[in-house]
Ligand binder design. Sequence first.
Ligand code: UGA
Length: 437
Amino acid sequence: MKNICVIGVGYVGLVTAACFADLGNRVVALDISEERIEKLKQGIMPIYEPGLGEMVERNVNAGRLSFTTSYKEGLKDAEFVFICVGTPEGVDGEADLRYVRMAAEEIARTMDHPMILINKSTVPVGTGDWVAEIVRQNQPKPIEFSVVSCPEFLREGSAISDFLNPDRTILGSEDPDAASRVAELHLPLRAPIMVTDLRTAEMIKYASNAFLATRISFINEIANICEALGADVKEVAQGMGYDKRIGHHFLEAGVGYGGSCFPKDVKALAYMAQVQGRHPQLLQAVMDINAYQRRHVVLKLRDILGSLEGKIVGLMGLAFKPNTDDMREAPSITIAELLLDEGAIVRGYDPVAMENAARVMPQVEMVETPYKLAEGADAIIVVTDWNEFKQLDMERIRDSMRQPVLIDGRNIYDPKRMRELGFRYRGVGRGYNGGED
Ligand code: UGA
C-alpha cells in the first residue's frame, strides 16, 4: 500500500484516484473546487462515467479514498503526487497551463517531505522541466523531489477499464530511482512499462492522440471520395483493417472527432511545431477535414431539402461520443449553429447529455425521446452513435416525420434497409452505384 495524492478530480484525476485506491493504495483526491469536493463527499460524481460512482463509493467505505480541498491534508503522507488538473486551450491553440502552475506552486509551498510529482495531464513538451523549476523557486526551504511524466491514455466512457487495462505505461523522468518507484506503482496493471526522458514521454502522448485523429480524418477523406465514386466507406475500412499493419480501430467515418482531447491536442501540437518554425501540414489537414465533416452533413441536408428556413431538424445524439455527457467540442454544437444560421428549427435528444447540452445550445429545444424528435420533423441527423439508436422502431419514426429524411452522421443504419423503408437516407461515405440517395 502506497500513499498517493491526486490533484484535480476531473476525468483523469478522479479515475486515477479511484483506480489506485481500488488497487489497495491509500489515496487522497484534492481539488480547489469546494463544490466538487463537497459533492464527492456526498457520493455525487462531477462527471458521468459508467462504473465510477460505484468504485468511488466502495473505496471511500473501505477507508482507502478520501477527498479534500486542503493541500496540507492531501500532501501530509503522500509519497506520490499525481497532477491531473485541466489544461484547457488558450489563445492560438497554445495549452493554458495556469492550473498546472497553481498546483506546482501550492505543492512547493506545502511539501514537508520528499515526494515524486507525476504529471498525468496532457501538457506541452517541456512542461515537466518547467514544473520542476516552479517547485524549486517556490519552496520555502529545499526539499528533494522528482518530476515524472506519466501520460494517461484513457477514454471517456470506458475510463475505468482503460485505466486498469492499459496497452502500455509510459514513464518519463531524468531520475531513474523515481521512475522505478512509479513503475512499481503501476506493476499491478500488468502492461509493458517504457521508461524514457521527460520530453519524450510528453511527446508520446501528443503523437498518439494526433495519430488517432489523423486516422479519423484520413477515413473521413476516403469517405468523401467514396461518395463521389460510389463506394461504401464502411466496407472499405473493414477491408483495410484486416491488414494487420492497419487494424480496425479508429477508422469510423462520420461527423468527425470532438471531445476535450483530440481537437485541443492536435491544435496544441501544431502550435508547438509552428513556434519552433516547423510547418505541421499534415496536422493542419487533419483539422481542416475534421471541421469540414461537420459542415458536410448540413450541406447534404440542404441538397435534399433545399432551403432550411423554417424546417424542423432533429439532432439524434448531442454528446461528442456515446457513454458520456461531455459536450466539449461536440460536433452537435457546430451542426446546430449551422442549421440555426440557415433558419432551421432545431431539436435535440441525447440519453445523458441533454442537461449539459441545454447550457451550450439554448436555442435548441430538448425533447425526451427519439420518437418525440421525429414528430413533424423534416429531417433527422444522427450525430452521436449511442447504442440505443441502433434498434429504434424506424417505421414509427418514418410515419411521424413530416418528411422522412435521415442523415446518418455516424453510419449506424443500413442504407439499403433505410431506403427500403422509404427514408431519403444519406450516410457518410456510403455511395452506391456511382452516387448517393
Ligand atoms: C482520446 C483518446 O482515445 C485517449 O486515448 C486519450 O487518453 C484521451 O483522448 C485523452 O487525451 O485524454 P476520448 O477523447 O475520450 O479519448 O475519446 P475517443 O473515444 O478517442 O473519441 C474521440 C472522438 O473521435 C469522438 O468524437 C469519436 O466520436 C471520434 N471518433 C473515434 C471517430 O469519429 N471515429 C473513430 O473511428 C473513432
